[in-house]
Write a protein that binds this ligand. Structure first.
Ligand code: G4P
Length: 535
């Protein structure tokens, strides 16, 4: 058991979140370079090159040169075993992105120094904040013109309602970028033109009080400016409080340039020290301790057809406690069956490796013969742990989808159901309408294309899709209410999900308010907590 405890202690499992183009892929790549997991930059994702990302699993992704599916990368660094949960970087991300955050213990938020907070950062932050996980901010691209750092911090604090604590401070930006000041060491890590490249180069350390050396490194003007800013910062910023960091209330902020490999090593060092090994997880009334000897895990993502050669479905699970052994049988709580998890594997992007053991904090993929659903728990035989369900996030785009060939009703219905079960799309029905047409809701519009592509390629069905004007969805919380009795405006529609829950879809925030005003007592929810019902 001691071995397992040591293994769990050295695990760090986090997600990287950002708006597309802020530099998430570049940062991930640099982490992997430091960890020695890859040999050359450009091997994580060659967006505009022929070399496709190792994480591009589906043909569609390859055609479009984007990464739709979230992947998991594991590597070693300085005695730590690091699991990075990669979230899709394209604008059209999916519910998977949100769910992946359910498996992370902390998040690294990458922000473009010229742009500040962008729409996707906002959405992803909300999901992290829902779980109070620690958020570390990396303000990237200081080698380009950037916004005032005080302004950027102010924006983070105002918009996200959290405190910020700059761990380092930038000296100039763009052509005048000269490095960062490390507040803890009270020294300067200097940046010069030799850093402008992809190589790993160490900066020069210089004490803040060494005026002569500082002047020669950054010039008198920048030195004076820096000293003023540091004084202001020391006087006005939040105090550092590790407990606040660990509860997601205070975000340590780092400035750097991922492309130029600048500021990555200090970031990793601080980050690994400040984050914890896997934390206990709530299951019903109890918290499950990761150091328990009993294995437990929950499914947070299901991915179909990762390898076209053998049509397969992989369920990704986050191990919450104990040690997983390939030889043992485990209990699938929702399916009420024990079995050996088949072909357990870990991923280094698409390099799948069958593994014999894994520990709390790790993510494993197992072959899914169609029995798992998102949120399911797997644990030791004889135990009945049920981890909290994963919420269903509100889709923002809707379309009416019908099959073109009425002879293919069965395939259509099977395909739609399976894809919905994987959680790639959400399907809704108009009460009392047939199954030939359904309303599909997605978090990112690209999922519509994925749906069309998969129904054609895997189920042989062509679709007819017409966009619907709805943008908002709410679950009706009042269980005894008959939706037929509701007063609804012409642009609001009553639908049901596949569990039979009643929902309303709206064209705008305004219509939600209108419906609430017109129907006193009506209670609407923004996301549905998947109920872990006995099957
Ligand atoms: P993403 O995953 O968040 O979408 O962003 P990604 O890392 O792909 O970076 C988006 C673009 O920003 C890339 O340029 C990348 O090289 C650039 N970039 C990332 N970090 C920095 C930085 O610190 N400084 C500067 N100047 N640029 C940075 P691209 O032209 O779209 O792609 P590529 O041809 O360079 O791969």
């Amino acid at each position: 058991m001691q071995d397992a405890i040591n293994e769990i202690k050295r695990r760090r499992t986090f997600a990287i979140i950002s708006h597309p183009d802020a530099g998430k892929t570049t940062l991930t790549e640099k982490f992997l370079l430091y960890g020695g997991a890859i040999q050359s930059a450009g091997s994580v994702k060659g967006k505009q090159s022929d070399k496709h990302a190792v994480s591009d699993w589906m043909d569609l992704e390859k055609q479009r040169g984007i990464s739709i599916t979230s992947s998991v990368l594991q590597f070693e660094y300085d005695g730590y075993c690091i699991n990075i949960l990669d979230t899709p970087g394209h604008q059209d991300f999916s519910e998977d992105t949100y769910r992946t955050l359910m498996a992370a213990d902390s998040a690294v938020m990458v922000i473009d120094a010229a742009k500040g907070i962008e729409p996707q950062t906002r959405k992803l932050f909300k999901v992290c904040a829902m779980r109070d996980i620690p958020i570390f901010t990396f303000i990237n691209k200081l080698d380009r013109e950037a916004r005032d750092p005080f302004d950027l911090l102010d924006e983070l604090e105002r918009e996200f309602g959290i405190g910020t604590y700059p761990m380092n401070w930038p000296i100039g930006c763009g052509q005048n970028f000269r490095g960062v000041y490390d507040r803890e060491k009270r020294s300067i890590l200097s940046f010069d033109d030799s850093h402008r490249g992809r190589e790993r180069i160490h900066g020069i350390d210089c004490d803040i009080t060494d005026t002569d050396k500082l002047d020669s490194l950054i010039g008198e003007r920048l030195r004076t400016e820096l000293c003023e800013q540091i004084e202001l910062l020391d006087g006005a910023s939040f105090d550092f409080d590790l407990e606040q960091v660990r509860h997601g209330k205070l975000s340590p902020v780092f400035f750097g340039s991922a492309l130029n490999n600048f500021g990555i090593e200090p970031f990793l060092e601080h980050f690994l020290k400040m984050t914890t090994s896997p934390l206990p997880r709530l299951a019903g009334e109890d918290y499950i301790d990761p150091f328990d000897d009993g294995f437990s895990a929950f499914v947070f993502k299901i991915q179909a057809n990762m390898n076209k050669a053998h049509r397969d479905r992989i369920a990704f699970m986050r191990i919450c406690s104990g040690k997983f052994s390939r030889e043992r049988e485990y209990y699938h709580v929702q399916g009420k069956k024990s079995f050996r998890l088949s072909q357990p594997q870990q991923m280094m992007a698409s390099e799948r490796e069958v593994i014999n053991e894994a520990y709390a904090g790790d993510i494993i993929g197992v072959f899914d013969p169609g029995v798992f659903s998102i949120g399911d728990t797997i644990c030791e035989k004889g135990k009945k742990i049920r981890f909290e369900g994963i919420p269903t996030f509100a889709p923002e785009h809707f379309a009416m989808v019908e099959q073109v060939d009425s002879m293919k009703r069965k395939q259509f219905s099977k395909g739609m159901n399976q894809i919905a079960q994987e959680g790639a799309i959400q399907i809704f029905f108009e009460p009392n309408s047939g199954l030939e047409r359904v309303i599909v809701g997605v978090v990112g519009v690209l999922q519509f294309e994925v749906l069309e592509y998969r129904l054609k390629n895997e189920y042989g069905c062509d679709l007819r899709r017409s966009a619907l004007p709805y943008q908002q969805i709410r679950w009706i919380a009042n269980k005894d209410l008959d939706p037929k009795t509701l007063k609804l405006s012409h642009d609001t529609k009553w639908v049901q999900d596949f569990r039979g829950n009643n929902l309303l879809i709206f064209t705008s925030e305004w219509s939600i308010r209108w419906v609430l005003e017109d129907n006193p007592g009506l209670e609407l929810l923004e996301f549905s907590q998947n109920e872990q019902t006995e099957e």
